[in-house]
Design a protein around this ligand. Sequence first.
Ligand code: HEM
Length: 346
Amino acid sequence: MSKLPGNAGAPLLGDKSLEFYRDPVSFYRQRVEKHRSRVFQCRLLNRPTAFICSVRGMRELLCEKSNLFLKDPTDLMTNMYGDTIITTNGEEACLLRLSLTSLFTGSCLESSSDYITSVCVRCLKDLSLSGQPECVYSVFKRLGTELVLGLFLNVRAEEQPEQFQEIMQLCTQHWHGLISAPVSVKVPLWSSGFSTALDARDKLMDIIKDKLENDTQGFVGSLGSLPLPDSNSASQHLLLFISALIPKAVASVLTSFTLALSGKEQEETRRRAREEPDYLHRVLLEVQRLWPPFIGGRRIADQDSNLAGFHVPKGHGAIYISHGVHRDPEVFEQPNDFVPERWSGR
Ligand code: HEM
């Protein structure tokens, strides 16, 4: 078995976290080119870490070898969201998935299509009217926030504007604290941003618990009656679903979609996407392939193992970079080109 190309780095000084989080795409691209390998190692979060930018490596990490590479219990996600499906492993994760899936496939979200349509119409109508340049990311983030708060918490901006506004502000404080923590290296967990984020989380949890106790309708009503592992589980999952993470991902995908289909040369693509739902679906897949809104995900090797033919010792980290995986030329021909047709029949 081969040794991972790259430098595992010395403790603290050899750490590349700042460089990586500042610009993950340049970071991985430079190293893939230098090592001529889509799997390499560096020191991240003060741990030697295998960086995975190949489909084969990611598939092994998340599927075949998911029992060997576990989520990190000291991860910031655990600090900010408590124990949720995002930080759970093995059988416990399987049971949680079974319970939560019923919420997304059952009737509690089915009746929401009128709500979704009305939010989209209201949030997007001004875009076509103004004739002025607009920051579409902000418009889409508002759309994403209205969707998650209405769908998952029964808080609709039209009906309860004050509560909506309060939750939106708390979500932003919570999220900013979360992302500021890994880069405020001097005093990682006790920066003022981080403690403001913890205060915001406590306030959000009070609102969520109140909803879980008193609302019997919709997603929150169904979640409240699920058999979950402990009394905090429902509220922690709701926090995960409503916090800025999902509206941001939705806003990012829709912004990339808008940019990819803008301009005169995309006129035909826009026409087809409007008229053919299957084609629109392929366009959306291609947008998510080329511009994935999240960096990826990280695990820790629970025992000596290997990924894509490279040895990964016990205790080392492994991180998959979605942007790199999605542009693996082994799987995607002309990986950097926007070609929605590549998805047809797949
Ligand atoms: C464009 C939108 C989204 C993107 C790009 C996205 C991306 C991701 C990624 C990369 C992971 C895997 C993290 C890892 O384990 O390494 C994940 C997991 C997860 N996401 Fe999303 N997500 C999106 C929207 C949503 C929405 C709308 C929900 C539901 C409210 C959601 C709920 C979850 C859950 C529950 C998991 C954990 C799944 C499990 O471990 O079984 N995500 N998401």
